[in-house]
Design a protein around this ligand. Sequence first.
Ligand SMILES: NC(=O)c1ccc[n+]([C@@H]2O[C@H](COP(=O)([O-])OP(=O)(O)OC[C@H]3O[C@@H](n4cnc5c(N)ncnc54)[C@H](OP(=O)(O)O)[C@@H]3O)[C@@H](O)[C@H]2O)c1
Length: 278
Amino acid sequence: MILDGKRLSEKRIEILEERIGESGLRPHLATVLVGENPASQLYVTMKQRACERVGIGSVSVKLPENASTKKVLAAITRFNEDPQIDGILVQLPLPEQIPSRQVLETIAPEKDVDGFHPLNLGRLFMGNPVFVPCTPRGIMTLLEEYHLPTEGKDAVVVGRSIDVGRPLGILLLSADATVTLCHSRTTCLEEHTRRADILVTAVGKARFITAGMVKEGATVIDVGTSYLDGKLCGDVDFNEVAPLAGAITPVPGGVGPMTIASLMENTFYAASMRHAHL
Ligand SMILES: NC(=O)c1ccc[n+]([C@@H]2O[C@H](COP(=O)([O-])OP(=O)(O)OC[C@H]3O[C@@H](n4cnc5c(N)ncnc54)[C@H](OP(=O)(O)O)[C@@H]3O)[C@@H](O)[C@H]2O)c1
């Protein structure tokens, strides 16, 4: 079974568009982009297009590659204080001179639609999430919508980043899976991946996961994006792995669109919460 993130995200976007229309709210998302990274520029454009589609207003600040931390923090503070803005997104990665942690901690937690503020990560850790990071949220939605059970399953996540692997590990644990988080220092990686009922890979190395690393019938979720011979490519060797997997996400058209749909949902949630408290 192909887990069609593109189709599912379309469905969720349509539902959200309707809900936003009925709510009478006009949520606003602010984006901060620092530097010229082409992938980051593309992601910001895709997010803005999705905003337009669902009826979320978007504003963005673009700062040069050599911007100072002070400038970046000032942009965030302005959005924190702007009553028109419901959600703030800082496109990662930031240039080296900018301390990501300080930047993410500056975002007001109630506008932190990416869910990377320590308060939101702490809530997630404790099992009471408010804003769940968009990629892990999108993956959990895919599993739910395709009725793929997690309870009692062996879930192996390759990659332990703060935006994907760690929060996803917590979500899978909260959904009663038995979770293993693997990373670059894991010894005998394939011994872990081969016993996974649910295998998620967020490494960023093309065709890193081969057929010999996957259990027959496993659900395989490919988060990775890299380029091979000029073509967008996941971590999984799709042609080799698809025939033996029970369910698998393609790249492109799997996790990516679900991430964007989750961002839209988080932004609407932020707007709904703020207006409920006004
Ligand atoms: N589709 C989407 O919406 C979406 C969203 C986010 C990210 N992505 C993509 O997903 C990939 C990962 O993103 P990220 O932000 O999580 O990246 P990241 O911060 O670079 O993390 C990569 C992870 O892979 C681990 N790793 C590297 N080499 C490994 C190896 N040989 N064996 C096992 N683990 C290894 C690293 O381990 P260490 O911690 O030990 O270094 C690290 O935990 C990238 O391709 C990114 O573009 C896609």
